[in-house]
Design a protein around this ligand. Structure first.
Ligand code: GLA
Length: 316
């Protein structure tokens, strides 16, 4: 029976946080932590096996367990009704803001598209599949996991639907908060709704009010920081992009209100330990902090994980 194995990386985001669903700019980097998915054809039915459990069904149908619901959502988007067994594993921490859901949906979509020989836009299908599970997310995580190139950051322009690889010479460390969190039950969807409301009011010439004004200010300035950050990378100015990351964190805390005291503390510890830059990565509301270091530097902090940049999803 035909068998396909796929490895999809997680990501950190240097700059461009909460800008993707607003059609903005993002600057992620794929990391050498992966979700691995193996799929095999079967005569009928669906079998899903992960470290969290096993789910068997006679056909693709909605289910409660999120780790299985992602698979069902990808199948619905791909138009697959069953006839496969899927196993998922890997070393990418889940629920830490490292793009695990994005990597998982990219791995599932790529594996099933390969198995059933479907010519589809894997990034968009994986993105829409995650949205079907109840998170009204943007396309950042799936794009990073599918399109990244080792040794480069990925400049995404969501409104234009374009991307560019920008050479990255720095070093990345991640500091995770102890607890995991699920975006579906965080304030993430509320932030997306706020943005839509702000957009509507701007279109209709209605006053934004204090909260929405702050949200819009974050997004506009964050897009500008991505532009400046790319320029810094091109000029070999790691200290410059580091400063932009600290400014992004301040904005995420004060204007967008998605940081937590734990994340703020980790950022300040990283600053104290000499990181060139540090900020929360991903949605916030918990999760992890990405730190930027000089090429040979390390970070003398407990739990600091030094990571390598990675290339996008890979099928074998
Ligand atoms: C999560 C979402 C992304 C993006 C980030 C915030 O990771 O999945 O689409 O919105 O949060 O930048």
């Amino acid at each position: 029976m035909k068998r396909v194995r796929v490895r999809a990386p997680g990501r950190v985001n240097l700059l461009g946080e909460h800008t993707d669903y607003a059609g903005g700019l993002c600057l992620p980097l794929a990391i050498n932590r992966y979700v691995e998915v193996t799929v095999e054809k079967r005569d009928h039915g669906v079998r899903i096996e992960t470290s969290l459990g096993v789910h068997e069904a006679t056909c693709v149908e909605p289910c409660q367990a999120r780790w299985a619901a992602y698979v069902m959502a990808c199948c619905e988007m791909l138009g697959i009704e069953g006839g496969f067994a899927l196993r998922a594993a890997g070393d990418l921490p889940m629920g830490k803001g490292l793009g695990s859901s994005g990597a998982y949906t990219v791995a599932i979509t790529s594996a099933l598209a390969e198995l059933f020989e479907l010519e589809v836009d894997r990034v968009r299908i994986a993105w829409q599949a995650e949205r079907r599970t109840g998170v009204d997310c943007g396309i950042l995580d799936q794009s990073a996991s599918a399109l990244a190139r080792a040794g480069h950051a990925l400049l995404l322009d969501v409104a234009r639907g374009t991307h560019e690889h920008v050479p990255f010479a720095g070093r990345i460390a991640v500091l995770a908060t102890p607890s995991s969190r699920e975006l579906v039950s965080s304030g993430y969807n509320q932030r997306v709704r706020e943005w839509r409301e702000a957009e509507r009011r701007q279109r209709e010439g209605i006053e934004l009010g204090e909260t929405l004004r702050r949200r819009v200010e974050h997004i506009e300035r964050e897009n500008q920081r991505v532009r400046e950050g790319v320029q810094c990378l091109r000029n070999g100015d790691l200290a410059g992009i580091g400063q932009l990351m600290y400014a992004s964190q301040r904005s995420l805390r004060e204007l967008y209100e998605v940081s937590t005291p734990e994340l703020d503390t980790l950022v300040e510890r990283a600053r104290g330990a000499g990181a060139l830059g540090a900020k929360l990565t991903g949605a916030g509301f918990g999760g992890a902090v990405v730190c930027l270091l000089a090429p040979q530097a390390s970070l003398a902090l407990e739990g600091a994980l030094i990571l390598e940049s990675a290339g996008g999803v890979n099928c074998s």
